[in-house]
Design a protein around this ligand. Structure first.
Ligand SMILES: NC(=O)c1ccc[n+]([C@@H]2O[C@H](COP(=O)([O-])OP(=O)(O)OC[C@H]3O[C@@H](n4cnc5c(N)ncnc54)[C@H](O)[C@@H]3O)[C@@H](O)[C@H]2O)c1
Length: 295
C-alpha cells in the first residue's frame, strides 16, 4: 500500500520548485493534497499533474503572508478531504540586500511570507488538531517547516532578513514539537538545497529548467521531496523537534544553538578581567565558534 494512503496534506508555495516536487511526491505516495500557491495557474498545473497520475488534489491560491490563510487552508483540507494529517510550510520569498539598504517594504514582505504566514499556518493547525485530540481522535499528524542554511548555522552576509526569519522558523519548529506532542503532532524543520527560481534569484543566475524526477543531480529538488515524503509518513512518527539539512542525497542533522567555551569569576567582572578572559576563548572567532584564519 502507498505509504501515505488515506492521508491528507497541505503544501504551501507548491506551484514550482521544491514545493511542487513535495506536492507531487506526497500525491504519488497516496496523500490527497491541497496544492497552495499565490500563483494560481501554477497551483492548478501541479494539481492537474497529481490528478493525471491517479492522485487526489485541489488547487488553492491563498496568500500565505496573511494570518487568515492558514485557517482557510485547514478548512479546505477538511471540507474537501475530510481531515488533515500533513502540513508542509514551504512558501517563501527571498531578497538580497546589504543591511544598510534594506527597506521597510522588503522587510515586511519577507516577514509576511517567511514568518507570519508560517506561524499562522502552524497556529491554525495546532488549534484544529488540539480540538480533534480533545474529541478523542488520536492519530499521527505532522508539520514540516522549511527553514534555510542561511538561518540555522548562523548569519549570511546580505541575507540578514531572510536568514533571521528562517532561524525563527527553525526555532518555531523546535518549540512546536515540544508543545504539540501531547496532541500526537510531530514537527520537524528542513534546510533544503535545490536549483530553483529562488536559488537562481539569490545567486543572480538564470532560473534552471525543471528537473526530471529521476535526475540524480544533487540540486534536483526531488531529493528534498524524498526526505519530506518520509518525514510525512507514519514511519517517521518517532522523529520530532529535528532540523535536517538536505543536499542531494546527503541528510545532515543540525542541533540547536549549543554553548561553547565558558568563563566564570569568583568576583564581579571588571572590564580588564572580562577582556582578558574572553580574549582567551573568543578572540579571532566567528559566530558559531569558527576560527578566523590568522594569515
Ligand atoms: N532553493 C533552495 O536552495 C532553498 C534553500 C533554503 C531554503 N529554501 C526554502 O524552500 C522553500 C521553497 O523554495 P524554492 O527554492 O522552491 O523557491 P521558488 O521561488 O522556486 O518557489 C517558491 C514558491 O512559493 C510561492 N509563494 C511565494 N509567496 C507566496 C505567498 N505569499 N503565498 C503562497 N505562495 C507563495 C511562489 O509563488 C513559488 O511558487 C522556500 O521557503 C525557501 O525559502 C530554498
Amino acid at each position: 500500500m502507498a505509504i501515505l494512503a488515506g492521508k491528507v496534506a497541505i503544501v504551501t508555495g507548491a506551484g514550482i520548485g521544491i514545493g511542487r516536487c513535495e506536492a507531487v511526491s506526497l500525491g504519488a505516495a497516496g496523500a490527497a493534497v491541497v496544492v497552495n500557491d499565490i500563483d494560481s495557474a501554477a497551483a492548478r498545473e501541479v494539481t492537474a499533474e497529481i490528478v493525471e497520475a491517479g492522485g487526489r488534489a485541489i488547487a488553492d491560491a491563498a496568500d500565505m503572508s496573511l494570518w487568515t490563510s492558514g485557517g482557510i487552508l485547514v478548512q479546505r483540507a477538511v471540507a474537501e478531504f475530510g481531515q488533515l494529517d500533513i502540513v508542509v510550510a514551504n512558501a517563501g520569498v527571498v531578497s538580497r540586500s546589504p543591511i544598510a539598504d534594506v527597506t521597510e517594504r522588503d522587510l515586511d514582505a519577507q516577514i509576511g511570507v517567511l514568518f507570519k504566514g508560517t506561524y499562522a499556518l502552524v497556529r491554525h493547525c495546532a488549534a484544529h488538531w488540539r480540538a480533534e485530540h480533545e474529541a478523542g481522535r488520536v492519530i499521527h499528524r505532522t508539520i514540516i517547516a522549511t527553514s534555510s542554511s542561511a538561518g540555522v548555522p548562523g548569519g549570511v552576509e546580505e541575507f540578514s532578513v531572510y536568514g533571521s526569519l528562517k532561524a525563527g522558523v527553525a526555532t518555531l519548529a523546535l518549540g512546536a514539537a515540544l508543545e504539540l506532542r501531547r496532541y500526537g503532532v510531530t514537527v520537524n524543520a528542513i534546510l533544503p538545497h535545490a536549483a530553483t527560481r529562488m536559488d537562481a534569484q539569490a545567486k543572480g543566475t538564470e532560473p534552471p529548467p525543471r528537473f526530471d524526477a529521476s535526475n540524480p543531480d544533487p540540486m534536483n529538488p526531488q531529493h528534498v521531496a524524498n526526505v519530506v515524503t518520509y518525514l510525512a509518513s507514519e514511519r517517521a512518527a518517532w522523529l520530532s523537534g529535528q532540523v535536517f539539512e538536505i543536499t542531494g542525497t546527503n541528510v545532515r542533522r543540525w542541533v540547536p544553538w549549543s554553548s561553547a567555551a565558558e568563563i566564570d569569576s569568583d568576583d564581579q567582572w571588571s572590564v580588564e578581567a572580562l577582556d582578558t578572559a574572553l580574549a582567551a576563548s573568543v578572540y579571532r572567532t566567528l559566530p558559531g565558534g569558527r576560527v578566523i584564519p590568522s594569515n
